[in-house]
Design a protein. Structure first.
Length: 693
């Protein structure tokens, strides 16, 4: 167990009778009719509990027993900067962490319910906010909440927490969590209660003996003398506290954790977190979105950190996080540990102890079958497909439609060694418009471009009817998606009229619309090697040419592409979001994250008061049906009244895999599968065996 750490002095504090803690401001859908010869499947997520094992494998149902061991190679289309998810907002990073790390809670991949993970259990309680002039109540805490910018606006909030119910003349409150400041049930008169915030206090009890993986950096420097730490409440506290440090590069994630206004270490294995207001995504934020960081690696105030510096400034602490070598040679608590990070691949091996036995805390139920997982980075889809066919990759999930339906994935030689399949996730493609560009700041221009493009013809030509045109940001599989809302019609004449109405037309006869001496020319950025983006970009060029809009395609290497997007140095960018079935919309759409100087997920720069109001309503609505209705309203408004993206398609993942790989089962949570559940059944595969050890 790590040494209990001193808490920094903050001007914002939660003071209780028991302890002190620092505060920060802070449906299912019907299946598509597939083309002839394509197996019919429902969307992953319609009935994940009934997901079919090896659904597309020709030997499905043969009862072959899983073997342990061997190495599987999975293609990745981009290589993130690192694995430290607070500072690296990459879906690929998230996929790495699914196999190498764990969170406090787990959203079960099949039922979608939240279940214990690194936390053995948790208790949710209510916060009863008292009126300023209410009589003193034993067990109350006082929170002083200041605005995020740290300027004036300090205000005191008196509150007490527990399980709230109706009392004889007010609120009956019962303590329910370990170490609660409330020691016995109390009755609070109605006249003392300002409001009740339901489900805003979370007390989590950590599992005992959850081991951190050894440091491949510090151990190398100290001849293996560093290691053997276990997860404790100080790790959780530190993992939350980094979002209070303005110099940590976590602006894309900061919004979730600013809502946690207090964190309290109750004892070495118990931690308590406070929200000031009801938040629909509280369990998700604390349980799965909070990336657990080892304090002994990242916290300069931790005496066990080899770089220990108790006097370190916020800036120095942030630099230690932002540039830490462990961001690549990750130290996690999962079944696999990253052992190698190169420009060609990332490799993780089974986390074992000195005797070679699994050291992962849940090895009895979720150990993973392979000894080694290698993620192979190939940024060109054609080259990646060739790598699969050459036996250099075992799983590739970006098969081109022409290969999938009529080409190489249908040949006899392919079927000898590989098989193919498809499944749906909530992901959607989009072209984002930089709303800070004068021409694109006009919604009339953005809508005109959408009216000019023939989505249905493109869908038929490129996706054989398997994709769906989408009309906004809510995942198609969600009950919050308004299925009856029509898309903008394909109407080039209307598009031309709209542009002329906005003052854009060809004044000098060179074929390009202009206004105030500026031509309507748009740079269309997309990642290098992404054929789907390139094909779409060319189709968009053709669609708007007669409108006098010039589209210039620009292919950039992934890191450069991403930096241009984050810095808002683009006109239009072609990307895809990979959202869960439901997530907080603030990250992508709230005005405060659309400020020009922020590197946030709201990279297009949406700033709209109505959007902000709707986000607030969604965040505070805990009733699922009512929240889904709010989502439908939000989705419609974004599409019809903001149109910050050219919303494109929900495209199925078309994959090809080696016949040797078994155990694939698809679900609605990205990436739609868990590698740790895959396995080999052929004892001829190098390194396979019957036992885990």
């Amino acid at each position: 167990m790590t040494t209990r750490l001193p808490r920094p002095d903050d001007s914002i504090a939660l003071r209780g009778l028991a302890a002190a803690a620092a505060l920060l401001l802070t449906a299912s859908t019907a299946p598509l009719d597939p083309p002839t010869g394509t197996p019919a499947v429902t969307d992953a997520g319609d009935d994940d509990a009934g997901a079919i094992l090896d659904q597309f494998h020709p030997n499905k149902g043969d009862g072959a027993a899983p073997l342990y061991g061997g190495r599987v190679i999975v293609h990745i289309p981009s290589l993130p900067e690192n694995m430290c998810y607070p500072i690296e907002n990459s879906a690929v990073t998230r996929r790495f962490l699914y196999e190498t790390h764990e969170s406090l809670l787990l959203q079960d991949w099949w039922s979608h319910d939240f279940v214990p993970n690194a936390a053995a259990s948790w208790v949710e309680e209510d916060l009863v906010v008292l009126k300023a002039d209410a009589p003193k109540i034993a067990g109350e805490v006082e929170a002083q909440v200041v605005r995020r910018d740290g300027e004036t606006g300090l205000r005191a909030v008196r509150a007490v927490y527990g399980k709230a119910s109706d009392g004889a003349d007010g609120v009956r409150l019962k303590p329910a969590s370990k170490g609660s400041s409330l020691k016995a049930p109390i009755d609070i008169p109605a006249g003392s209660v300002e409001r009740i915030e339901r489900g805003t206090v979370f007390t989590l009890s950590l599992r005992e003996g959850v081991k951190w993986q050894p440091s491949l950096v510090y151990d190398a420097e100290q001849s293996g003398k560093f290691g053997a730490q276990t997860l404790d409440a100080d790790d959780v506290y530190f993992s939350w506290s980094i979002y209070r440090n303005p110099d940590v590069d976590c602006d894309e994630k900061r919004f979730q954790f600013e809502k946690i206004v207090g964190c309290e270490v109750v004892d070495p294995l118990t931690v308590r977190m406070f929200y000031e207001k009801q938040y629909a995504y509280a369990v998700n934020s604390i349980g799965t979105s909070l990336t657990l960081l080892p304090s002994h690696i990242y916290n300069l105030a931790d005496p066990e950190c080899p770089d220990h510096d108790p006097e370190a400034s916020l800036a120095k602490q942030a630099e230690h996080i932002n540039k830490n070598p462990h961001n690549k040679l990750w130290v996690g608590i999962g079944p696999y540990q990253v052992t190698e990070w190169t420009q060609q691949y990332v490799e993780a091996k089974r986390f074992v102890d000195g005797a070679g036995a699994p050291a992962y805390f849940d090895a009895a139920t979720r150990p993973g079958y392979f000894d080694t997982i290698r993620w192979r980075y190939i940024d060109n889809d054609e080259a990646a497909m060739n790598a699969l066919l050459n036996g250099e990759v075992d799983f590739f999930e970006r098969v081109k439609p022409q290969d999938y339906f009529d080409g190489r994935a249908t040949s006899d030689s392919f079927q000898k060694d590989f098989y193919k399949g498809f499944f749906y996730l909530g992901r959607y493609g989009y072209t984002g418009w930089n709303l800070y560009r004068p021409a694109l700041a006009d919604i009339t221009v953005r809508k005109a471009i959408a009216h000019a493009f023939d989505f249905q013809a493109y869908l038929a030509n490129q996706y054989n009817g398997l994709a769906r045109q989408i009309t906004g940001p809510v995942p198609y599989q969600s009950a919050g998606y308004p299925r009856d809302m029509p898309a903008l019609a394909h109407d080039p004449d209307l598009a031309l009229d709209m542009l002329e109405e906005a003052g854009w037309y060809d004044r000098d006869g060179n074929g390009i619309a202009d206004k105030d001496g500026v031509e309507l020319e748009i740079e269309f950025l997309y990642p290098s090697g992404n054929d789907a983006s390139k094909i779409f970009g060319r189709a968009l060029q053709s669609a708007v040419e007669d409108l006098g809009i010039k589209i210039n395609l620009a292919s950039l290497e992934w890191a450069t592409f991403l930096e241009r997007i984050k810095s808002r140095e683009f006109d239009g960018c072609n990307l895809a979001w990979v959202p869960p079935l439901e997530s907080d919309p603030e990250q992508l759409w709230h005005s405060k994250w659309g400020a020009k100087d922020l590197k946030s997920s709201n990279h297009v720069g949406v700033q709209d008061e109505n959007v902000d109001r709707m986000i607030g309503q969604i965040q505070e609505e805990v009733d699922v049906d009512a929240r889904m209705a709010l989502w439908r309203e939000f989705h419609s408004y974004i599409y019809n009244d903001v149109q910050p993206y050219m919303f494109m398609y929900n495209v199925p993942v078309k994959f090809a895999a080696s016949l040797k790989v078994r155990g694939i089962k698809h679900c609605a949570i990205d990436p739609g599968y868990l590698i740790r559940e895959w396995y080999f059944v052929d004892p001829e595969v190098k390194g396979t065996r019957k036992n885990l050890k």
